[in-house]
Design a protein around this ligand. Structure first.
Ligand code: GLY
Length: 424
């Protein structure tokens, strides 16, 4: 297979690492990739939302499969773009169409979908600028904390959790009337706050059948003990100890199966990953959000736990024969610790040289935000490296990730020292 992978983060490094192990791979290109993906294929300088640029590259290089890492090209309709083009429609796209990607691209769409198909989720209502007054009344009828979600994509920043009513009303106004998140907050979902431990569950589907992938838990806040500002994710563990067979049966029967059936019932073809952001409330699973792609840094622990050939699964998705494929996991835990730039998630500097990468023997270093300068590797983002390790339990894997992280240096490097604190 000649594959083009879109994206440039740790998720894409993990995907390229895994695809490069497949005997089905003829050539792998990554657009735009990073200094890590370059070890497994050829980076090409195309933006994942430059559909015309992607088309030109796909045709010139006889690419027959495009794997979409991040949500933005999906929500903007890259799959539809391929389907609508005579020259591209035979190229397999791993990732849902624009309509299906609304499960992530619009919180209100996702809530309506869950409501229609009886999928457990927090109670909610959606408001616009014209219904701001009703929004205030709805907030008054609720107990704190108040959860406000911008309807559209807002680079991971669109969810606010506020403790007091006055602040919640002011933020609702900011979002709806003053376009705090631009067009993304022209509609706002207000929902009931759910208290519990979160986890991320993933499936891959061809639209008819699905295969479950390992689940993971990520750590979204910058500070230890889950404090401070939200980030893209500071580390992850897999499996998740509280996701025992009884709980996962509930996830399967109350959430995964109704979602796949619901998509079919609504005539929404779906080819790709579904990421269920869940919360465990007194041993009952609820959906916090859907994403139409894999998670990051969850990918850096779930892909290493996948024993099966990923390209074989992708081929099953493309040819609607996923039910015939086999999914096996390695019988080990995996953890990842994200090394980030000083100042992240606020302002931070890029271009810091990274030392010690070739001293690491006990972990896999996935690059999240790096670039190359000759033989040197430089930081190129807020999240820089994900240090993934295996172990027969989470503690052993974490100890290895921390030992490896201590051997890597770049100016300002920071990482959380307590990944997994709430589950081990
Ligand atoms: N780690 C959460 C996400 O990828 O959205």
């Amino acid at each position: 297979m000649r594959v083009l992978l879109l994206g440039s983060g740790g998720r894409e490094h993990a995907l390229s690492w895994k695809m490069a192990q497949s005997s089905m791979l003829e050539e792998l290109f990554i657009a735009p990739g990073n200094a890590g993906t370059k070890q497994h294929g050829k980076n090409v300088n195309i933006n994942p939302t430059d559909f015309e640029g992607i088309k030109k590259f796909v045709l010139e290089n006889n690419v027959n499969m495009v794997v979409v890492g991040p949500e933005e090209p999906l929500v903007k309709g890259i799959h539809d773009f391929f389907l609508a083009d005579e020259l591209l429609k035979k190229v397999a796209v791993i990732g849902p169409t624009k309509e299906a990607a609304q499960l992530e691209g619009s919180k209100d769409y996702a809530k309506q979908f869950m409501h229609r198909h009886n999928i457990p989720t927090a109670k909610y209502a959606t408001f616009t600028k014209d219904t701001l007054e009703q929004g205030y009344k709805f907030l008054e009828s609720m107990n704190p904390p108040f959860v406000l979600k911008a309807d559209g994509l807002a680079a991971g920043k669109g969810v606010l959790i506020l403790d007091n009513l006055k602040e919640a009303k002011a933020e609702l106004k900011n979002m709806l009337a003053d376009a705090k998140f631009g067009e993304a907050s022209s509609r706002v979902v207000i929902e009931q706050f759910l208290k519990g431990l979160e986890l991320s569950v993933f499936v891959i589907t061809d639209g008819d059948s699905y295969k479950r992938l390992p689940e993971a838990k990520d750590y979204k806040r910058i500070g230890e003990g889950d404090t401070g500002l939200m980030t893209g994710g500071m580390g992850a563990v897999s499996p998740v100890p509280f996701a025992d067979p009884v709980f996962m049966d509930k996830v399967q029967n109350q959430i995964i199966i109704p979602t796949i059936k619901g998509l079919r019932h609504d005539n929404i073809p779906y080819k790709g990953f579904i990421f269920f952001g869940l919360i465990n409330v007194k041993n009952e699973p609820y959906v916090i959000e859907y994403n139409c792609r894999l998670g990051d840094p969850e990918s850096e622990v779930i892909i290493p736990r996948l024993k099966s050939d990923l390209l074989d699964l992708f081929e099953g998705v493309a040819s609607n024969t996923l039910s015939e494929r086999d999914v096996q996991f390695v019988d080990k835990c995996a953890t990842t610790v994200m090394m980030v730039a000083g100042g992240y998630p606020g302002e931070y500097k890029k271009g810091k040289q990274i030392y010690g990468l070739n001293t690491i023997t006990d972990s896999i270093v996935f690059h999240a935000g790096t670039s190359s300068d000759g033989p040197a590797v430089l930081s190129a983002g807020g999240r820089v490296l994900a240090i993934t390790s295996y172990g027969k339990n989470i503690q052993i894997a974490l100890a290895k990730s921390y030992e490896s992280a201590a051997k890597i240096e770049f100016e300002g490097a920071n990482y959380r020292k307590d990944i997994g604190f709430d589950v081990v």
